[in-house]
Design a protein around this ligand. Structure first.
Ligand code: 5GP
Length: 350
């Protein structure tokens, strides 16, 4: 069946360092990977240790990775014990040649059953399963997400492009600029507002102007993907506003708070999520002129926070050097989205 053909691809939602994994039957046989890597799962025969290759890796041999079920179980266990799933401090590598451990992979396999026995947890320790669709109250275990290649066909509605930005990224400006260059291809979702219409404005163009009553009713009916208050007026972007852009066969670009991502990650919108970080807002030693040290720290902190909480939902990170280069990079991404294939959750295309 599907698994036997090894056409199973998973997006890793966590970093994995086999040399730091005490549970693995053979550290050298492990396949290290980073969150966001696409893994081709070659066998899922063993319920605890899968064999996988990293897509794009020139190494043709498969390595061991913890199965989804096993990874969930140990995260559940760590959560129960109150220990964070922090990677342990790096241990010294055993420094055996990789070839050696591939020879020994079958032997390692023999120990898997024993390890599983020693690590077995009761069913009630397993709380929920990872990811999408789980109850909001349930803990979410970031393990793997099954993905497939998807290319937008000409008769399909364009994918939604979602920009999230850390402090200082000024993503609205970026969005407006890219759209202004190509208004026949890209558009914003027209927001709703309760503020009075200005003389030069037209209803349905700059905003949908609505009463406070109407706005509150729409909030209650869950019509907005996000909403907020500014100078005592309400503003919000509705699901319908996105749909109406897509109905015109234009690519809709929204910039939202990352909390809105969960709501937008549906097969209908197939969002492509771009995380814009200002230069200096990422890790590393960068000197930025015109930005005070405390601002720089705030920028970094904001980027780290978003990365930790929402990084697994991000398709692409765009480091914003300056407006012009960020704009050019975004334009390039949007063009590729229309003609290339991308990994998306398999549930979006089934
Ligand atoms: P203005 O009333 O001048 O057109 O917009 C003022 C402010 O309203 C904007 O700078 C922005 O902070 C906020 N705003 C505009 N559109 C939206 C929206 O769709 N959602 C939210 N949350 N705020 C918005």
């Amino acid at each position: 069946d599907r698994l036997k053909e090894s056409k199973v691809y998973m997006r890793a939602l966590f970093d994995y360092i086999p040399l730091e994994d005490k549970a693995t039957p053979c550290q050298e046989a492990g396949l290290p990977f980073k969150r966001g890597d696409i893994l081709q799962v070659v066998t899922q025969d063993d319920p605890t240790w899968w064999q996988a290759k990293r897509v794009g890796d020139s190494n043709l041999r498969a390595g061991l990775i913890p199965s989804k079920q096993f990874q969930e179980r140990r995260l559940a266990y760590r959560m129960k014990m109150g220990t964070l799933p922090n990677p342990k401090s790096p241990k010294k590598s055993l420094c055996k040649p990789l070839v050696f451990c591939f020879f020994f992979l079958p032997i390692c396999g023999l120990t898997v059953a024993g390890l599983r026995r020693s690590f077995r947890l009761s069913r009630k320790d397993r709380q929920g399963s990872s990811g999408e669709g789980s109850d909001p109250g349930e803990p979410e275990f970031l393990t793997y997400e099954e993905v497939t290649r998807y290319q937008q066909r000409p008769n399909e509605r364009p994918r939604l492009v979602v920009l999230i930005g850390s402090l200082g990224a000024r993503i609205n400006e970026l969005k407006q600029r890219v759209i202004a260059e190509n208004p026949h291809r890209y558009a914003v979702a027209v927001p709703h507002t309760t503020r009075p219409k200005k003389p030069h404005e037209k209803d349905g163009v700059e905003y949908h102007f609505v009463t406070k009553q109407q706005f509150d009713a729409d909030v209650l009916n869950n019509k907005f993907i996000e909403h907020g208050e500014y100078k005592e007026n309400q503003y919000g972007t509705s699901i319908e506003a996105i749909r109406s852009v897509q109905a015109k066969n234009k690519m809709c670009i929204v910039d939202v708070q990352p909390e809105a991502l969960k709501r937008l990650r549906t097969s209908e919108f197939k969002p492509y999520v771009i995380f814009v970080k200002p230069r200096g807002g990422e890790h590393g030693r960068v000197t930025v002129r015109h930005v005070s040290l405390s601002n720089l720290q705030e920028m970094r902190q904001s980027a780290i926070q978003i990365d930790q909480q929402y990084g697994h939902l991000v398709d692409r990170v765009l480091i914003k050097e300056d407006s012009a280069s960020a704009c050019a990079e975004l334009r390039g991404i949007l063009e590729r989205l229309e003609r290339e294939s991308f990994w998306v959750p398999i549930s979006w295309v089934r």
